[in-house]
Design a protein around this ligand. Structure first.
Ligand SMILES: Cc1ncc(COP(=O)(O)O)c(C=O)c1O
Length: 418
């Protein structure tokens, strides 16, 4: 097969949608009108597909801090943290994270993706075993691929499956790292961290929890699902991203292990890449301060979640069972899902479209996400658009997911090894 042939398949797939107003995966936002409103194709569009869970991307404190830092430090660092790219701003943000989490150490990375690559790459090598949830994010799978470690996937959100996999490992293999997410990004389901922490303790395994979507949204201080479930002290490494609730770009790991600091020299995805730009880092620090000062942001977020979920159910949509800022609408068949997505967009509502290769052919999902910045009026407008699109498309509610299919079987191909 020609080297370029696999790339041509993308064009072939694209040709199927020739003439459609909106192409899956190619939506361009022309302008941002507000934290939850954008202009797409000349039309004012409600944004229910971002990860701006706390609506801080346009918060005055965040914007002002970013602008000030660009003026004071310039637009970029032009180097890696280990070379010329560590500013006082980076270290201040690390202290802010350690203080917020009540953990001894924090290290920040250029993206959340690189945080996972750095942690797993620096910790694990030949002779070690990495155990990951089967529905893990691509960054976790990619992180394992750079190591010479044995990689074992366990059934999604099953502490029992994890226990069995750990029991089956030969006793000689000493080092075990378990990697899970707090809140899973497509189906919005939460990991049973209490059970997972207990299993890790039983088997002497280290635990890394990626709280990308739960940082800022779960827990009484917004620290994520481990805080919410009262097991933060049982987690060795908490990873977070700045690209969702924190309204910027970057990643962080907090830990009580002083060895974390060694990543400054050892982690390739940290050493060989430029550090976060001054405006971004200052904006993220301001966002953390806002989150710490305003726990009521989470109350607003969760009120919107309940309103959207109840409304969608009343219209007749089948949605995921877990209550979280991610509201998956289980639409089933691909062509119908794309038609529904396009109808919503034409009517001025953007949600995320999850179709193959992002999921199995008949398990497509429209992923709506809530923000604290959505007004109740905007949630109602979105529900009205959902209702109209449903009636226009005919016999929606769409295909229900069969009872017998467990979460672990609804694998998302974009997130798992081919
Ligand atoms: C679970 C998880 N980990 C890591 C990442 C990567 O984060 P970033 O956008 O900061 O690279 C994401 C992004 O979607 C994610 O969902």
């Amino acid at each position: 097969m020609d080297l370029l042939e696999k790339l041509r398949t993308v064009e072939k797939r694209r040709a199927r949608f020739a003439g459609a107003a909106a192409l899956p995966g190619e939506t361009v936002i022309d302008r941002v009108v507000g934290p939850c409103e954008v202009i797409i194709g000349g039309r004012r569009t409600l944004m229910f597909g971002s990860n701006n869970y706390l609506g801080l991307t346009l918060h005055p404190d965040v914007v002002e801090a970013a602008q000030r830092a660009a003026g004071e430090y310039g637009t970029g660092t032009t180097g890696s943290r280990t070379a010329n790219g560590t500013l006082a701003l980076h270290e201040e943000l690390e202290r802010e994270f350690a203080d917020w989490f009540g953990k001894r150490h924090a290290l920040i990375f250029s993206t959340g993706y690189q945080a996972n690559l750095s942690l797993v790459g620096a910790l694990c090598g030949a002779g070690d075993v990495i155990l990951i949830d089967a529905d893990s994010h691509a960054s976790i799978y990619d992180a394992t691929r750079q190591t010479a470690s044995q990689v074992v996937a366990f059934r999604h959100n099953s502490a029992e499956s994890l226990r069995r996999k750990l029991q089956r490992l030969p006793t000689g293999q000493r080092n075990r790292l378990v990697v899970v997410e707090g809140l899973y990004s497509i189906r919005g389901d939460v990991a049973p961290l209490r059970d997972i922490v207990a299993v890790c303790r039983e088997h002497g395994a280290y635990l890394l929890v990626d709280e990308a979507h739960s940082l800022g949204t779960f827990g009484s201080r917004g620290l994520g699902c481990a805080e919410e479930q009262g097991v933060l002290s049982g987690v060795d490494f908490v990873v977070g991203t700045f690209s969702k609730s924190l309204a910027g770009i970057g990643g962080v790991c907090v830990s009580d292990h002083p060895e974390l600091r060694a990543l400054h020299f050892l982690a390739r995805a940290y050493v060989f890449t430029a550090s976060g730009s001054p405006s971004n880092i200052a904006g993220v620090r301001a966002a953390v301060k806002v989150i710490r000062r305003h726990p009521e942001l989470r109350d607003r977020l969760w009120a919107n979640v309940r309103m959207l979920r109840n409304g969608l159910r009343e219209i007749g949509y089948t949605i995921g069972e877990h209550e979280s800022p991610i509201v998956p609408i289980l639409t089933g068949e691909e062509a119908r899902t794309i038609a529904l997505w396009q109808a919503l967009l034409r009517a001025g509502l953007y949600v995320n479209l999850i179709v193959p290769p992002g999921c199995p052919k008949d398990d497509c999902v429209l992923r709506a996400s809530c923000s604290a910045a959505h007004t109740p009026e905007q949630v109602q407008q979105a529900l009205d658009i959902f209702a109209t699109a449903e009636s226009q498309l005919g016999q929606v509610p769409l295909r229900r997911v069969p009872e017998a299919v467990g979460e672990g079987d609804l694998r998302l191909d974009a997130k798992i090894l081919p």
